[in-house]
Ligand binder design. Structure first.
Ligand code: ADP
Length: 333
């Protein structure tokens, strides 16, 4: 789907690489996190040590990878990229850790999906820049300590609640990234349009921003589709062109995608607005509960279509209104 917050193709990754801000100053929005990171990096710089380990938490597409790259860039150190799913055994992690150069920034995306055995190795590595390597097998196996170069770990997760406490506690700083305000997305888009040499007017940019689910990755992607549209159909890149292009791709005014709509449809029509439990919802739309909880739900909550209650998820009156479904609660008023 065009509004999926994860990258949808290799081509998109290349395109994203070109648009990534390289410094904290160029990074739009997340003012609080930016200020906190700035301080952390400056303090480390003054003391001539590696920066504390950083955990970046938040839904996909909000800039976690970009921030990891910026941390490396601003510290003038190389960046090593890895991911939780790629670390299936402690040995995978040992290979990465033992080859780091002093001060290197190690980025582990989706860190909550790393193997348990590797997690334990990571605790020691984060704390003491040391790991224990098992040598030999069976009764004769011994563990040999290995010193590591000091490094800064930048972990990213869509679900900080899924991290074991001992891991979470070893980060010096946790940044919770929030969805972007429309005005911030307009800045992201303005910058991207300039870099793409695409002449689009303010109203057009504002319209794209409003349909981008608070997510820079989606904003940039929609911008490209609008650019295609104008290229093919000619004319100005204005509000009318944006509306026509995004209608073609089924992106509605709220930026809801197919999965959002499926979730809302089930909640409103099958469960009369709820409360519905997370697992019931996930099974009903044929998605993993994790995706519903970390990607779909935060956005639906933020735009006021659902609320979370102790008994489950509940659709709001706005949701009934937006989808034109009669509200069973409303009929009692
Ligand atoms: P995540 O790792 O959280 O999934 P990324 O860092 O890969 O997200 O960001 C996705 C895309 O959005 C990148 O192309 C990046 O350039 C753009 N982007 C993200 N955050 C910002 C920002 N604050 N300012 C400008 N562009 C951003």
């Amino acid at each position: 789907d065009i509004t999926t917050p994860e990258p949808i193709s290799e081509a998109e990754l290349v395109f994203e690489g070109a648009l990534r801000p390289k410094s904290l100053d160029e990074f739009v929005g997340q003012a609080k996190v930016r200020g906190q990171l700035q301080l952390l990096l400056q303090a480390a710089g003054i003391q001539g040590r590696t920066a504390d380990h950083i955990l970046l938490a938040g839904p996909p597409g909000l800039g976690k990878t970009t921030l990891a790259m910026i941390v490396a860039h601003e510290s003038g150190k190389p960046l090593r990229m890895s991911s939780g799913p790629a670390i299936q055994h402690a040995g995978d992690l040992a290979a990465v850790l033992s080859s780091l150069v002093p001060g290197e920034v190690l980025f582990i995306d989706e860190i909550h999906r790393m193997a348990r055995s590797a997690e334990e190795m990571l605790y020691l590595a984060m704390e003491d820049f040391r790991i224990d390597i098992m040598v030999g097998k069976g009764a004769g196996a011994t563990s040999v300590p290995l010193d590591l170069a000091p490094f800064t770990l930048v972990g990213a997760t869509t679900r900080s609640g899924m991290l074991p406490n001992p891991l979470r506690d070893r980060f010096g700083f946790t940044a919770h990234l929030e969805f972007y305000a429309d005005s911030e997305l307009e800045q992201v888009l303005h910058r991207a349009a300039r870099m793409l040499d695409f002449d689009i007017d303010r109203e057009g940019l504002a319209e794209i921003a409003g349909r981008s689910r608070g997510t820079p990755r989606i904003a940039n992607r929609l911008l490209r589709r609008v650019r295609d549209y104008v290229l093919v159909h000619g004319g100005d890149a204005d509000l009318a062109a944006v509306k026509a292009a995004l209608t073609l791709y089924d992106v509605d005014e709220l930026g809801l995608d197919r999965l959002d709509r499926a979730v809302m449809d089930i909640m409103l029509t099958r469960f009369g607005g709820g409360p519905v439990g997370l697992n019931t919802l996930a099974v009903s739309v044929g998605e993993e509960a994790e995706t519903i909880e970390s990607v779909v739900e935060p956005f639906l909550v933020r735009i006021g279509l659902i609320t979370r209650t102790p008994r489950g998820r509940v659709a709001t009156p706005q949701a009934f209104a937006h989808f034109g479904v009669a509200n069973p609660q409303g009929s009692f008023l």
